[in-house]
Design a binder for this molecule. Sequence first.
Ligand SMILES: [Zn+2]
Length: 399
Amino acid sequence: MQDKKITDLLESFQAIGRTKNQGYTRTVYDQAWCQAQKQCVNIIKELGLVPWVDEIGNLYATADLTWPKEPVILVGSHLDTVVDGGLYDGLYGALAAVLSVSQIVKSGQRMGRPLVAVIFSEEEGSRFDATFTGSQYLLGRHLKDFEHLVDARGQTFGQIRQAAVAALSPFVQTASRLKIAQYLELHIEQGPILEKAGTDIGIVTTIVGQERFLIQLAGQANHAGTTPMDCRDDALRRAVGLLADLYRELAQIPDLRYTIGKVQLEPNVANVIPGLVTFALDLRHQDQSVLSEAVGVVAELVDRYRAKLERTTAVMPTQMDAGLQEEIAGACQSVGLTHQFLPSGAGHDAQVMGEQVPTAMIFVPSVGGVSHVPEETTTPADLENGQRVLTAVLAKLVG
Ligand SMILES: [Zn+2]
Protein backbone atom coordinates (compact mmCIF):
# COMPACT_ATOMS: atom_id res chain seq x y z
CA MET A 1 0.00 0.00 0.00
CA GLN A 2 3.11 2.14 -0.41
CA ASP A 3 1.60 4.61 -2.84
CA LYS A 4 -1.93 4.87 -1.49
CA LYS A 5 -3.49 8.30 -1.59
CA ILE A 6 -6.05 9.73 0.78
CA THR A 7 -8.68 9.48 -1.99
CA ASP A 8 -8.00 5.71 -2.31
CA LEU A 9 -8.46 5.23 1.42
CA LEU A 10 -11.74 7.17 1.47
CA GLU A 11 -13.02 5.20 -1.49
CA SER A 12 -12.76 1.96 0.47
CA PHE A 13 -15.53 3.25 2.80
CA GLN A 14 -18.07 3.97 0.07
CA ALA A 15 -20.12 0.87 0.73
CA ILE A 16 -20.05 1.06 4.53
CA GLY A 17 -23.15 2.56 6.15
CA ARG A 18 -24.45 3.84 2.80
CA THR A 19 -28.06 5.04 3.03
CA LYS A 20 -30.84 5.03 0.45
CA ASN A 21 -30.27 8.79 0.04
CA GLN A 22 -26.64 8.08 -0.98
CA GLY A 23 -25.43 9.44 2.35
CA TYR A 24 -23.68 7.67 5.24
CA THR A 25 -24.95 6.76 8.68
CA ARG A 26 -22.37 5.49 11.15
CA THR A 27 -23.56 6.24 14.65
CA VAL A 28 -21.33 5.11 17.46
CA TYR A 29 -21.18 1.30 17.97
CA ASP A 30 -23.75 0.50 15.26
CA GLN A 31 -23.12 -2.13 12.58
CA ALA A 32 -21.68 0.32 10.04
CA TRP A 33 -19.44 1.84 12.72
CA CYS A 34 -18.08 -1.61 13.61
CA GLN A 35 -17.49 -2.38 9.93
CA ALA A 36 -15.71 0.96 9.45
CA GLN A 37 -13.55 0.34 12.53
CA LYS A 38 -12.47 -3.01 11.09
CA GLN A 39 -11.67 -1.37 7.75
CA CYS A 40 -9.55 1.22 9.62
CA VAL A 41 -7.70 -1.60 11.41
CA ASN A 42 -6.98 -3.19 8.01
CA ILE A 43 -5.67 0.10 6.62
CA ILE A 44 -3.49 0.71 9.67
CA LYS A 45 -1.94 -2.75 9.27
CA GLU A 46 -1.54 -2.45 5.51
CA LEU A 47 0.25 0.88 5.97
CA GLY A 48 2.71 -0.88 8.28
CA LEU A 49 1.44 0.63 11.56
CA VAL A 50 0.16 -1.06 14.72
CA PRO A 51 -3.56 -0.76 15.67
CA TRP A 52 -4.73 -0.34 19.28
CA VAL A 53 -8.21 0.14 20.74
CA ASP A 54 -9.11 1.57 24.13
CA GLU A 55 -12.17 0.60 26.15
CA ILE A 56 -14.45 3.33 24.72
CA GLY A 57 -13.53 2.30 21.16
CA ASN A 58 -11.02 4.97 20.17
CA LEU A 59 -8.65 3.44 17.62
CA TYR A 60 -4.96 4.36 17.57
CA ALA A 61 -2.11 3.72 15.13
CA THR A 62 1.49 3.71 16.31
CA ALA A 63 4.80 3.07 14.61
CA ASP A 64 5.75 0.06 16.73
CA LEU A 65 4.46 -2.50 19.20
CA THR A 66 5.20 -0.49 22.32
CA TRP A 67 2.39 1.61 23.77
CA PRO A 68 4.00 5.04 24.31
CA LYS A 69 4.51 6.11 27.93
CA GLU A 70 5.93 9.57 27.20
CA PRO A 71 3.83 12.46 25.80
CA VAL A 72 2.98 11.97 22.11
CA ILE A 73 2.16 14.13 19.15
CA LEU A 74 -1.40 13.08 18.45
CA VAL A 75 -3.19 13.57 15.14
CA GLY A 76 -6.68 12.45 14.20
CA SER A 77 -10.41 13.00 13.91
CA HIS A 78 -13.60 11.00 14.43
CA LEU A 79 -15.22 7.93 12.82
CA ASP A 80 -18.92 8.53 13.49
CA THR A 81 -21.32 10.53 11.31
CA VAL A 82 -24.59 12.35 11.69
CA VAL A 83 -27.61 10.46 10.31
CA ASP A 84 -27.42 10.62 6.49
CA GLY A 85 -24.18 12.58 6.56
CA GLY A 86 -21.41 12.75 3.98
CA LEU A 87 -18.27 10.73 3.36
CA TYR A 88 -15.73 13.31 4.50
CA ASP A 89 -16.71 14.76 7.89
CA GLY A 90 -14.40 13.09 10.41
CA LEU A 91 -13.33 10.16 8.25
CA TYR A 92 -11.16 12.36 6.00
CA GLY A 93 -9.07 13.69 8.89
CA ALA A 94 -8.92 10.30 10.58
CA LEU A 95 -7.61 8.48 7.50
CA ALA A 96 -5.28 11.35 6.57
CA ALA A 97 -3.81 11.13 10.08
CA VAL A 98 -3.05 7.43 9.66
CA LEU A 99 -1.61 8.00 6.18
CA SER A 100 0.58 10.92 7.29
CA VAL A 101 1.94 8.99 10.27
CA SER A 102 2.77 6.04 8.00
CA GLN A 103 4.51 8.31 5.48
CA ILE A 104 6.66 9.90 8.17
CA VAL A 105 7.54 6.52 9.66
CA LYS A 106 8.45 5.16 6.21
CA SER A 107 10.58 8.21 5.43
CA GLY A 108 12.95 7.02 8.13
CA GLN A 109 12.98 10.44 9.76
CA ARG A 110 14.33 10.40 13.31
CA MET A 111 11.48 11.00 15.73
CA GLY A 112 12.15 13.00 18.84
CA ARG A 113 8.64 12.25 20.08
CA PRO A 114 6.26 9.36 19.44
CA LEU A 115 3.72 10.12 16.73
CA VAL A 116 0.27 8.58 17.14
CA ALA A 117 -2.85 8.72 14.95
CA VAL A 118 -6.25 8.52 16.65
CA ILE A 119 -9.67 7.74 15.23
CA PHE A 120 -12.11 8.91 17.87
CA SER A 121 -15.10 6.67 18.50
CA GLU A 122 -17.70 9.40 18.64
CA GLU A 123 -17.97 13.16 18.21
CA GLU A 124 -21.32 13.98 16.63
CA GLY A 125 -23.74 13.02 19.39
CA SER A 126 -26.05 11.45 16.81
CA ARG A 127 -26.97 8.33 18.79
CA PHE A 128 -26.87 9.38 22.44
CA ASP A 129 -27.45 12.77 23.99
CA ALA A 130 -23.73 13.26 24.54
CA THR A 131 -21.03 14.53 22.20
CA PHE A 132 -17.21 14.19 22.03
CA THR A 133 -17.31 11.03 24.18
CA GLY A 134 -14.16 9.64 22.51
CA SER A 135 -11.92 12.64 23.08
CA GLN A 136 -13.40 13.32 26.52
CA TYR A 137 -12.56 9.76 27.55
CA LEU A 138 -9.00 10.12 26.28
CA LEU A 139 -8.59 13.24 28.40
CA GLY A 140 -9.68 11.44 31.56
CA ARG A 141 -13.49 11.29 31.70
CA HIS A 142 -14.78 8.05 33.22
CA LEU A 143 -16.77 5.50 31.25
CA LYS A 144 -19.40 5.53 33.98
CA ASP A 145 -20.26 9.12 32.99
CA PHE A 146 -21.68 7.74 29.72
CA GLU A 147 -22.68 4.12 30.41
CA HIS A 148 -26.23 4.90 31.55
CA LEU A 149 -27.17 6.84 28.39
CA VAL A 150 -30.01 5.29 26.36
CA ASP A 151 -30.52 5.58 22.58
CA ALA A 152 -33.85 5.92 20.74
CA ARG A 153 -34.27 2.12 20.67
CA GLY A 154 -33.71 1.74 24.40
CA GLN A 155 -30.19 0.33 24.19
CA THR A 156 -27.68 1.57 26.73
CA PHE A 157 -24.30 3.01 25.86
CA GLY A 158 -22.67 0.53 28.26
CA GLN A 159 -24.11 -2.61 26.67
CA ILE A 160 -23.45 -1.78 23.07
CA ARG A 161 -20.04 -0.29 23.79
CA GLN A 162 -18.89 -3.54 25.36
CA ALA A 163 -20.11 -5.57 22.39
CA ALA A 164 -18.53 -3.23 19.83
CA VAL A 165 -15.16 -3.06 21.58
CA ALA A 166 -15.15 -6.84 22.21
CA ALA A 167 -15.29 -7.32 18.42
CA LEU A 168 -11.89 -5.59 18.25
CA SER A 169 -10.53 -7.51 21.22
CA PRO A 170 -7.21 -8.60 19.66
CA PHE A 171 -6.15 -4.95 19.65
CA VAL A 172 -7.46 -3.76 23.00
CA GLN A 173 -4.90 -2.13 25.25
CA THR A 174 -5.68 -1.21 28.83
CA ALA A 175 -2.16 -0.17 29.89
CA SER A 176 -2.81 3.55 30.29
CA ARG A 177 -4.33 6.51 28.54
CA LEU A 178 -2.00 8.41 26.26
CA LYS A 179 -0.19 11.48 27.48
CA ILE A 180 -0.46 14.16 24.82
CA ALA A 181 2.07 16.88 24.02
CA GLN A 182 0.23 18.38 21.03
CA TYR A 183 -2.90 17.59 19.04
CA LEU A 184 -3.55 18.27 15.35
CA GLU A 185 -6.76 17.72 13.38
CA LEU A 186 -7.41 17.96 9.65
CA HIS A 187 -11.06 18.45 8.66
CA ILE A 188 -13.29 19.68 5.88
CA GLU A 189 -14.35 23.28 6.49
CA GLN A 190 -18.10 22.53 6.38
CA GLY A 191 -18.69 26.16 5.40
CA PRO A 192 -18.29 28.37 2.31
CA ILE A 193 -15.41 30.70 3.31
CA LEU A 194 -12.37 28.96 1.75
CA GLU A 195 -14.14 28.11 -1.50
CA LYS A 196 -15.45 31.67 -1.88
CA ALA A 197 -12.01 33.14 -1.22
CA GLY A 198 -10.28 30.60 -3.47
CA THR A 199 -7.87 29.67 -0.66
CA ASP A 200 -6.30 26.19 -0.48
CA ILE A 201 -5.99 25.77 3.28
CA GLY A 202 -7.73 27.21 6.35
CA ILE A 203 -5.98 27.58 9.69
CA VAL A 204 -8.43 27.66 12.57
CA THR A 205 -7.99 30.42 15.15
CA THR A 206 -10.78 29.56 17.57
CA ILE A 207 -13.67 27.10 17.81
CA VAL A 208 -17.06 28.36 18.94
CA GLY A 209 -18.41 27.36 22.33
CA GLN A 210 -21.42 25.10 22.29
CA GLU A 211 -24.25 24.41 24.72
CA ARG A 212 -26.85 21.77 24.03
CA PHE A 213 -30.01 21.20 26.03
CA LEU A 214 -32.93 18.82 26.17
CA ILE A 215 -36.10 20.69 27.06
CA GLN A 216 -39.15 18.75 28.24
CA LEU A 217 -42.63 20.09 28.58
CA ALA A 218 -45.24 17.82 30.15
CA GLY A 219 -49.01 18.00 29.78
CA GLN A 220 -51.74 15.39 30.01
CA ALA A 221 -52.27 12.85 27.24
CA ASN A 222 -55.97 12.24 26.64
CA HIS A 223 -58.64 11.38 24.07
CA ALA A 224 -58.76 13.73 21.07
CA GLY A 225 -62.53 13.46 20.69
CA THR A 226 -63.96 13.35 24.18
CA THR A 227 -61.77 15.96 25.93
CA PRO A 228 -63.26 19.48 25.56
CA MET A 229 -60.81 22.14 24.44
CA ASP A 230 -60.99 23.99 27.75
CA CYS A 231 -60.26 20.84 29.77
CA ARG A 232 -56.98 20.03 28.06
CA ASP A 233 -53.40 20.31 29.14
CA ASP A 234 -51.91 19.96 25.64
CA ALA A 235 -48.12 19.76 25.91
CA LEU A 236 -47.60 20.68 22.25
CA ARG A 237 -49.80 23.75 22.44
CA ARG A 238 -47.72 25.14 25.29
CA ALA A 239 -44.47 24.03 23.60
CA VAL A 240 -45.39 26.05 20.51
CA GLY A 241 -45.52 29.15 22.73
CA LEU A 242 -42.18 28.33 24.29
CA LEU A 243 -40.58 27.68 20.90
CA ALA A 244 -41.87 30.99 19.50
CA ASP A 245 -40.52 32.86 22.53
CA LEU A 246 -37.14 31.13 22.24
CA TYR A 247 -36.82 32.04 18.56
CA ARG A 248 -37.80 35.65 19.25
CA GLU A 249 -35.58 36.22 22.31
CA LEU A 250 -32.49 34.39 21.00
CA ALA A 251 -32.67 36.40 17.76
CA GLN A 252 -31.87 39.49 19.85
CA ILE A 253 -28.37 38.19 20.66
CA PRO A 254 -25.89 39.23 17.93
CA ASP A 255 -24.04 36.44 16.08
CA LEU A 256 -25.61 33.71 18.22
CA ARG A 257 -26.31 30.48 16.30
CA TYR A 258 -29.36 28.71 17.75
CA THR A 259 -30.99 25.57 16.40
CA ILE A 260 -33.93 23.44 17.43
CA GLY A 261 -33.20 20.42 15.27
CA LYS A 262 -34.96 17.61 17.10
CA VAL A 263 -38.53 17.50 18.42
CA GLN A 264 -40.28 14.45 19.85
CA LEU A 265 -43.91 14.02 20.85
CA GLU A 266 -45.38 11.45 23.17
CA PRO A 267 -47.35 9.42 22.50
CA ASN A 268 -47.14 10.85 18.92
CA VAL A 269 -50.49 9.44 17.87
CA ALA A 270 -52.98 11.28 15.64
CA ASN A 271 -55.99 10.93 17.94
CA VAL A 272 -54.32 11.51 21.30
CA ILE A 273 -53.57 14.91 22.88
CA PRO A 274 -49.77 15.18 23.24
CA GLY A 275 -48.70 14.44 26.82
CA LEU A 276 -45.02 15.23 26.50
CA VAL A 277 -42.86 17.31 24.16
CA THR A 278 -39.10 16.94 24.19
CA PHE A 279 -36.83 19.04 22.01
CA ALA A 280 -33.12 19.72 21.68
CA LEU A 281 -31.70 23.23 21.57
CA ASP A 282 -28.17 23.87 20.29
CA LEU A 283 -26.47 27.24 21.02
CA ARG A 284 -23.08 28.41 19.67
CA HIS A 285 -20.96 31.52 19.96
CA GLN A 286 -17.24 32.27 20.06
CA ASP A 287 -17.54 34.42 23.17
CA GLN A 288 -18.35 32.55 26.39
CA SER A 289 -20.00 35.58 28.03
CA VAL A 290 -22.49 35.86 25.14
CA LEU A 291 -23.14 32.13 25.32
CA SER A 292 -23.82 32.40 29.06
CA GLU A 293 -26.22 35.27 28.43
CA ALA A 294 -28.12 33.08 25.94
CA VAL A 295 -28.26 30.23 28.45
CA GLY A 296 -29.75 32.68 30.96
CA VAL A 297 -32.48 33.66 28.49
CA VAL A 298 -33.28 29.99 27.83
CA ALA A 299 -33.41 29.10 31.53
CA GLU A 300 -35.81 31.95 32.28
CA LEU A 301 -38.20 31.06 29.45
CA VAL A 302 -38.14 27.37 30.29
CA ASP A 303 -38.99 28.26 33.87
CA ARG A 304 -41.85 30.50 32.78
CA TYR A 305 -43.38 27.61 30.82
CA ARG A 306 -42.83 25.17 33.72
CA ALA A 307 -40.70 23.01 31.46
CA LYS A 308 -37.63 20.99 32.41
CA LEU A 309 -34.12 21.88 31.22
CA GLU A 310 -31.29 19.36 30.99
CA ARG A 311 -27.85 20.40 29.75
CA THR A 312 -26.35 17.64 27.60
CA THR A 313 -23.30 19.41 26.17
CA ALA A 314 -21.25 22.34 27.42
CA VAL A 315 -18.04 23.15 25.60
CA MET A 316 -16.26 26.46 26.06
CA PRO A 317 -14.97 28.42 23.04
CA THR A 318 -11.44 27.17 22.47
CA GLN A 319 -8.45 29.10 21.20
CA MET A 320 -6.14 27.18 18.92
CA ASP A 321 -2.45 27.27 19.79
CA ALA A 322 -0.71 30.28 18.20
CA GLY A 323 2.63 28.49 17.71
CA LEU A 324 0.98 25.56 15.93
CA GLN A 325 -1.02 27.95 13.73
CA GLU A 326 2.31 29.45 12.61
CA GLU A 327 3.73 25.97 11.95
CA ILE A 328 0.77 25.22 9.67
CA ALA A 329 1.20 28.55 7.84
CA GLY A 330 4.88 27.69 7.32
CA ALA A 331 3.99 24.22 6.05
CA CYS A 332 1.51 25.71 3.54
CA GLN A 333 4.26 27.94 2.22
CA SER A 334 6.74 25.07 2.00
CA VAL A 335 4.38 23.01 -0.18
CA GLY A 336 3.27 26.02 -2.25
CA LEU A 337 -0.33 26.38 -1.05
CA THR A 338 -2.28 29.49 -0.05
CA HIS A 339 -3.78 29.79 3.42
CA GLN A 340 -6.02 32.00 5.53
CA PHE A 341 -6.96 32.15 9.21
CA LEU A 342 -10.61 31.61 10.19
CA PRO A 343 -12.77 30.61 13.18
CA SER A 344 -14.70 27.32 13.20
CA GLY A 345 -18.45 27.47 13.71
CA ALA A 346 -18.63 23.70 14.00
CA GLY A 347 -17.57 21.76 17.06
CA HIS A 348 -14.62 19.38 16.76
CA ASP A 349 -12.60 17.02 18.91
CA ALA A 350 -9.91 19.71 18.69
CA GLN A 351 -12.15 21.80 20.90
CA VAL A 352 -12.09 19.26 23.71
CA MET A 353 -8.38 18.57 23.25
CA GLY A 354 -7.60 22.29 23.10
CA GLU A 355 -8.85 22.75 26.64
CA GLN A 356 -5.92 20.71 27.92
CA VAL A 357 -3.16 20.52 25.30
CA PRO A 358 -1.75 22.80 22.56
CA THR A 359 -4.03 22.10 19.62
CA ALA A 360 -4.50 23.24 16.02
CA MET A 361 -6.80 22.52 13.08
CA ILE A 362 -6.32 22.52 9.33
CA PHE A 363 -9.35 23.02 7.06
CA VAL A 364 -9.80 22.17 3.38
CA PRO A 365 -12.58 23.72 1.24
CA SER A 366 -16.07 22.18 1.19
CA VAL A 367 -17.69 22.31 -2.26
CA GLY A 368 -20.70 24.64 -2.00
CA GLY A 369 -20.02 24.99 1.73
CA VAL A 370 -22.39 22.10 2.49
CA SER A 371 -21.89 19.34 5.05
CA HIS A 372 -23.81 16.96 7.33
CA VAL A 373 -25.73 15.97 4.16
CA PRO A 374 -25.10 13.30 1.48
CA GLU A 375 -23.96 16.00 -1.00
CA GLU A 376 -21.00 16.94 1.23
CA THR A 377 -17.84 16.86 -0.88
CA THR A 378 -14.30 18.18 -1.30
CA THR A 379 -12.29 17.95 -4.53
CA PRO A 380 -9.59 15.24 -4.73
CA ALA A 381 -6.96 17.98 -5.19
CA ASP A 382 -8.03 19.70 -1.97
CA LEU A 383 -8.17 16.39 -0.09
CA GLU A 384 -4.59 15.69 -1.13
CA ASN A 385 -3.45 19.25 -0.39
CA GLY A 386 -4.72 19.03 3.18
CA GLN A 387 -3.02 15.72 3.78
CA ARG A 388 0.27 17.03 2.34
CA VAL A 389 0.18 20.00 4.69
CA LEU A 390 -0.61 17.71 7.61
CA THR A 391 2.40 15.52 6.80
CA ALA A 392 4.65 18.57 6.47
CA VAL A 393 3.56 19.95 9.87
CA LEU A 394 3.93 16.61 11.62
CA ALA A 395 7.36 16.02 10.10
CA LYS A 396 8.47 19.36 11.56
CA LEU A 397 6.91 18.72 14.97
CA VAL A 398 8.45 15.29 15.52
CA GLY A 399 11.88 16.29 14.29
ZN1 LIG B 1 -16.38 16.31 12.15
